[in-house]
Design a protein around this ligand. Structure first.
Ligand code: TMP
Ligand code: ZN
Length: 403
């Protein structure tokens, strides 16, 4: 299968096939399983700009419904991270007279709360009503819309140019990224910056983190592809900084072209990516073969444990669990339930695989022999919280292991 690139219209060939998948964050109620939406999860790379992207087109409105269950503030590690981001932006970028910051997809306000508390002019652009209401309750000013070219020019007309535009774990979600970049060019002041943090292709490939591929992740960015995309829209990549968050992310800083000299990290990371062949189809094809091995190892292990009469549960129901369980064919026969601290996910099931999501208290009482850690990017926090767990943890990133 071949499609055309969402950024530059170049040819995109499918290199990874994770089968028929439902929406990662659908979490239907068990009474609502008849009309589940499925699409083919194919991922490819553009021949021209090296952008790694989902081949299927899933409408935004289908994905970010009003009950979008993700709550960015649920993890204390992430909350601390975003407080740090806010402080740093205030210290480095929001220093002029009456500065203005816009956050694209501010979720429950985990970052903007610190900005709002400091009295800095801000606007959170958040189309999901429930999380937007949470952000509003923290005193954050919200515009309930999708960010695109039109939204950007409306914001500029009402508030003036932005000194900073921020986005975390949202920019790679937006399939109309071309319109977002046009909007950034419109809204950003002459010396403004667009800073965004997203899961990094290098980390995804290195860890065989195939579960980071799901409907919401329209793209997996690399320094090479963002460097190319920025140029196409009159912007420039002026800095890139690797982050440990979400299992390996990158923070990109874009500016108006020519406004700031690029930091040495940009050229360094571009050279590293070339050496790692991150811009080659063959790299994705090898990744797909490693994902097959993880699938086979994980299902073999779970079947053996079942045959031995061991009790296995799942821990954490991130959107990633949908990809893993559906790709591997893991259902309630192998994992009868998964616990998650998010109330909006509880009393629901994982889409497609129909594994029930229960509160962590069930896990505490049930004392299973093994727990598959689906929220592997929060391993430290979860293992510390569950230090009383006497069973063993099963992880599958970067390979299947019992710890
Ligand atoms: P994320 O990987 O997209 O951040 O999602 C992590 C999921 O794991 C989210 O649904 C909340 C859940 N979780 C717990 O259940 N317990 C925890 O201690 C943490 C940190 C996360
Ligand atoms: Zn392209």
């Amino acid at each position: 299968m071949e499609t055309s690139c969402r950024i530059c219209s170049g040819p995109v060939k499918a290199s990874i096939d994770l089968g028929d998948q439902p929406r990662g964050n659908a979490f239907p109620k068990s009474g609502e399983l008849t009309d589940e939406f499925f699409y083919r999860l194919l991922v490819g790379m553009c021949d021209s700009c090296a952008m790694v992207q989902l081949m299927a087109d899933i409408p935004q409105e289908v994905r970010y419904h009003d009950q979008y269950p993700y709550r960015a503030s649920n993890s204390s590690v992430h909350s601390a991270h975003f407080t740090g981001v806010a402080r740093r932006l205030m210290a480095t970028e929001l220093t002029g007279h009456d500065p203005f910051i816009v956050e694209i997809g501010c979720n429950d306000g985990v970052m903007l709360a610190t900005i709002a508390d400091s009295g800095v002019r801000h606007l959170g652009v958040e189309p999901s009503q429930e999380v937007a209401a949470l952000a509003r309750s923290k005193g954050i000013r919200i515009l309930s819309r999708f960010f695109d070219e039109e939204t950007a020019s409306d914001i500029r007309a009402e508030h003036g140019p932005a000194d900073a535009i921020f986005g975390a774990n949202v920019i790679a979600h937006i399939s109309h990224l071309d319109s977002v970049l046009k909007g950034v060019r419109t809204l950003l002041g002459p010396d403004g910056v667009f800073v965004f943090e997203e899961p990094y292709l290098g980390a995804v490939v290195e860890q065989t983190a195939f579960d980071l591929l799901y409907d919401e992740h329209s793209f997996v960015f690399s320094v090479s592809s963002i460097h190319a995309a920025a140029r196409l829209f009159g912007l420039e990549l002026v800095d890139a900084e690797p982050l440990a968050i979400h299992g390996g992310s990158m923070r990109y800083t874009l500016a108006q072209r020519g406004a700031r000299p690029p930091a040495p990290a940009v050229a360094d990371l571009l050279a590293t990516e070339r050496a790692q062949r991150l811009d080659q189809h063959a790299t994705l094809e090898e990744f797909a073969r490693r994902a097959e091995r993880v699938r086979d190892d994980l299902t073999t292990l779970l079947r053996e444990l079942r045959a031995d009469g061991k009790r296995v549960a799942g821990y954490g129901a991130p959107a990633k669990i949908t990809t893993v369980t559906n790709y591997c064919g893991i259902g309630t026969d192998l994992i009868p339930y998964v616990c998650d601290s998010t109330p909006a996910k509880q009393d629901r099931v994982v889409a497609g695989s129909h594994i029930p999501v229960v509160p962590p208290s069930v896990f505490l009482e049930d004392r299973p022999d093994y727990a598959v850690l689906f929220a592997w990017n929060h391993a430290e926090e979860i293992m510390a919280k569950e230090s009383g767990f006497t069973g063993r943890w099963i992880v599958y990133v970067p390979e299947v292991r019992i710890i």
